[in-house]
Design a protein around this ligand. Sequence first.
Ligand SMILES: [Zn+2]
Ligand SMILES: [Zn+2]
Length: 372
Amino acid sequence: MAVKRDYYEVLGVARQASPEELKRAFRKIAMDSHPDRNPDDAAAAVRFKEASEAYAVLSDPDRRRSYDLFGHSAVGAGGPAVDFSDMPFADIFDTFFGGGFGARGRRERSNRGDDLRYDLTITFEESFTGVEKQIDVPRMATCDHCSGSGAEPGSGQETCPGCGGSGQIRRAAQSFFGQVVTTATCPTCGGAGRILKNPCSICRGQGRVQKTRRLSVKIPAGVDMGSQIRISGEGEAGVRGGPAGDLYVVLRVKPHAQLARHEQDIVFELRVNMVQAALGDRIEIPTIEGPVEIAIPAGTQHGQSFRMQGRGMPDVRGGRRGDQYVVVQVVVPKDLNPEQKALLRKVGGLTGKPEKVSKGFFDKLRDAISLD
Ligand SMILES: [Zn+2]
Ligand SMILES: [Zn+2]
């Protein structure tokens, strides 16, 4: 058997440490090393077990005295070593340090309804204009029959005899820790403080039922992929009159066939042929508000972009609109027939002085190699 470490050393306190100091030291170790907080950490589990055993002995004045006089052997004779490594973290704190850490938090959490997520797909255009949508949300809703109380109408509730209405019970117990006051959720009423004389026949006392509810969601202009809209109190109903959770509507924006969004800006990729790029052209392009004719200047290069100010997406918080960028892609024709090739060779010979070429010639060329 391995040699046991000194209990004071385990807790990191002096031999004359006060009960308060012992408690603080153990609390700190428990915070750091409890298995609930360190799953899969075997070393932490050992540390926690060792510290809880040390604290169990030293916090009991009689056992501490024996330990001080005779060491581990004396304590071992007094009963088996304490093992509460299976005890959940919150219960440890309820038990050893009084309520407040676990029981109360658990009670509030268990009564409040869960938050819900609803994924909603809208079109690119709708993300631009904003839209109001009807959605059907399946969720736990307050039971109409009992108005959420869980009691059959007319039957009422009575104060829980187990806890006197507080929902918690305090027990003073003699243990290896000496006098320990524990606070726990009342088992009679499950923490509600009231018990039902006659549970509701529809919801069986839960105060809520599964129901689909139609909600209207206002989606502001400018929302983007992944934007969330929180609708307070439209999540799951609380248990027996507890507060409802929230509903999070998470938006998915369908991609547009031609326009792409980049933050507040919209990007349109404009494919032109080499003649259009060389000579310039007036071209109708799509914008989020419909087609607009733009002029691309002569000598436009592949990859060049033009900014259309204020043609982008609105700011969701009501700021100014982004811009639209027209990014030019010059498409070079492939698979030319011999006649087209001959024409291009002529154009090649004229490069550098396009102004001397008649418009008619280029119109013909455009037709010859047009991509449309
Ligand atoms: Zn009770
Ligand atoms: Zn009901």
